[in-house]
Design a protein around this ligand. Structure first.
Ligand SMILES: C[S@@+](CC[C@H](N)C(=O)[O-])C[C@H]1O[C@@H](n2cnc3c(N)ncnc32)[C@H](O)[C@@H]1O
Length: 260
């Protein structure tokens, strides 16, 4: 019997660049922007800008929030194999939905991912993969708990949770405080969110916040605890003075909302 990726919780959906994403019935959102294209979004908003920041390093530690369909993790592996095959990559990725991870064996990945088949099967069955230049650990559990284990460990954080409106606990000021603790001083955070509330949560945890633009995708955000030259800095003082009532999401407020 042919086992399908589609079930009561998620359905595979084609996106604009021909790659597949999925729709989550639980969150009422797609895992990627169907308009930007799933793989295109992953490459342009996360993989490429972060690679530009770390390309001189021999060893790179990445936190991928959250694993989902694994396009960020798998796309990263392929990209480094092509452009920096000698770099040692360590990818850590939390994911709450263990059934989703198990079903990834049957997900329709882009043809370019064919060489990654053994990695996809290992992650889907045992949740990890390791060879001489690569280690991947998918932690089946809550990202909020997982990130607390790390101190100044990550060169890159891909902040790619569902949107703040449906998954607010992965966008609060307290959450980004833990991310600030887990990322290296010269690390880079990438996220598709350009919401002022997200940028404020980063800013209030001492991140420098940058506007990033790439052809073929909507604007996105980069952030670092140290200034990054040649990027377009967001003038947070100006944003705050124009929007004095906007506040970052915070844990207490989010927990109260989710109890109604
Ligand atoms: C937008 S998707 C991630 C897409 C992924 N980066 C990719 O490239 O396919 C968000 C994922 O976050 C997971 N998630 C939601 N809340 C979580 C939590 N507290 N801890 C870990 N994973 C969580 C969801 O199950 C979903 O798979």
């Amino acid at each position: 019997m042919q086992i399908s990726f589609n079930n009561g919780l998620h359905t595979a959906v084609p996106s604009e660049d021909g790659s597949y994403t999925a729709y989550s019935k639980e969150y009422g959102e797609h895992y990627h922007s169907t308009k930007d294209g799933a793989l295109n979004e992953s490459l342009k908003k996360h993989i490429v800008p972060a690679f530009e920041h770390v390309k001189e390093k021999d060893e790179v530690h990445i936190l991928d929030i959250c694993f989902g369909l694994g396009l960020n993790t798998l796309g990263t592996i392929l990209y480094y194999r092509e452009l920096a095959p000698q770099t040692k990559l360590h990818i850590h990725s939390p994911e709450l939905d263990d059934n989703l991870v198990r079903s990834l064996m049957y997900f329709r990945y882009p043809h370019s991912f064919k060489p990654l088949r053994p990695i996809i099967e290992a992650i889907s069955t045992v949740g990890s993969y390791e060879d001489e230049t690569l280690s991947v650990e998918v932690f089946l559990g809550d990202a909020r708990e997982y990130v607390k284990k790390f101190h100044k460990h990550f060169d890159i954080v891909y902040q790619d949770a569902f949107s703040p409106s449906v998954n607010p606990l992965l966008w609060t000021k307290e959450y980004f405080r833990d991310i600030a603790h887990a990322i290296k001083e010269n690390g880079i955070l990438t996220t598709y969110s350009t919401a002022l509330k997200t940028r404020l949560a980063l800013h209030q945890n001492d991140f420098f916040v940058y506007l990033a633009q790439e052809k073929g995708v909507r604007d996105f955000t980069l952030a670092s605890l140290q200034p990054i030259p040649n990027l377009k800095r967001v003038d947070m003082a100006h944003k705050i003075s124009c929007n004095p009532h906007v506040k970052p999401l915070c844990d207490t407020q989010v927990t109260q909302i989710s109890h109604y």
